[in-house]
Ligand binder design. Structure first.
Ligand SMILES: Nc1ncnc2c1ncn2[C@@H]1O[C@H](COP(=O)(O)OP(=O)(O)OP(=O)(O)O)[C@@H](O)[C@H]1O
Length: 249
């Protein structure tokens, strides 16, 4: 592992939109290279939290430290993957991956950049698709390109906002394996927002349940990887989270 993950410290984070308080005094720490899943009912503030980590939103009060620095806007060492792959249709698959590099790096030798992007595409299982247009790819392949684009710059923090939500069950399982493999190899710190509690448990070191803008549960997942969604320990933890969510209805 190249161990380039980074420590994250969230302190007394508050976020409001007008009169709506979405996050309230939220405190959370992620260790270097830790994988944290965020779950919770629709509208509880999961995406807002991720957008704050990405520097796409500003806290109303409170702060987020990435390493020793306060997040005040988007940063090169942070990459985000969304539910839609958001590829640029006028660029080839390979060129879409190059876009993930910082502007300074994009000024490098073209040949070197293309080699780097081709290597990244091979890592996500898309060797041979370099010169295709995004429009001919399946949903799963598009997300693989998005993952390659996110990881080509070797980010210290990867934010995943329900990136597998639109994929079929089999493609989803393949993506789980791929994300785990690349996380192990690159060592980045990761936050995954998902509606799928067993997915959250299968992938993460910790599962954080958000409720009414705060942390209702912070569960460590102790089982060895790889974990199957139907493993006894996984379904047991899943039930624990679901019970907690349902008790609040
Ligand atoms: N830019 C914005 N302006 C105004 N309100 C917003 C904005 N972004 C989010 N909200 C509100 O904040 C609340 C939390 O939204 P958020 O998208 O973070 O929830 P979520 O838990 O990710 O939901 P879902 O699971 O449905 O994606 C919602 O009530 C939403 O309407």
């Amino acid at each position: 592992m190249s161990n380039q993950g980074i420590h994250i410290q969230v302190s007394e984070l508050n976020k409001s939109f007008g009169t709506e308080q979405v996050l309230t005094d939220l405190d959370l720490t992620a260790k270097q290279g830790e994988f944290i899943s965020i779950v919770g009912r629709s509208g509880c503030g999961k995406s807002t939290f991720l957008r704050l980590l990405a520097g796409l939103e500003k806290p109303t009060t409170g702060e987020i430290l990435i390493g020793d620095e306060k997040i005040v806007g988007i940063r090169n060492e942070v990459r985000v993957m969304f539910q839609e792959a958001r590829l640029l249709p006028w660029l080839t698959v390979l060129e879409n991956v190059v876009v993930g590099l910082s502007k300074t790096k994009q000024k490098k030798d073209k040949k070197e950049l293309r080699a780097l992007a081709a290597e990244m595409l091979e890592q996500v299982g898309l060797k041979g698709k370099e010169n295709e247009w995004p429009s001919v790819l399946s949903g799963g392949q598009k997300q693989r390109v998005a993952l390659a684009r996110a990881l080509i710059s070797k980010p210290k923090l990867l934010l995943l906002d329900e990136p597998l939500g639109a994929l079929d069950a089999f493609t989803r399982l393949e993506m789980h394996q791929l994300i785990q493999k690349l996380w192990k190899e690159q060592g980045f710190t990761a936050f995954l927002v998902t509606h799928d509690v067993s997915e959250a448990i299968a992938l993460a070191d910790r599962v954080v349940l958000l409720e009414r803008g705060n942390i209702a549960m912070d569960l460590t997942v102790p089982m060895e990887r790889p974990r199957g969604r139907d493993d006894h320990d996984v379904t047991e933890l899943e039930q624990k989270v679901i019970d907690r969510v349902m008790q609040k209805t």
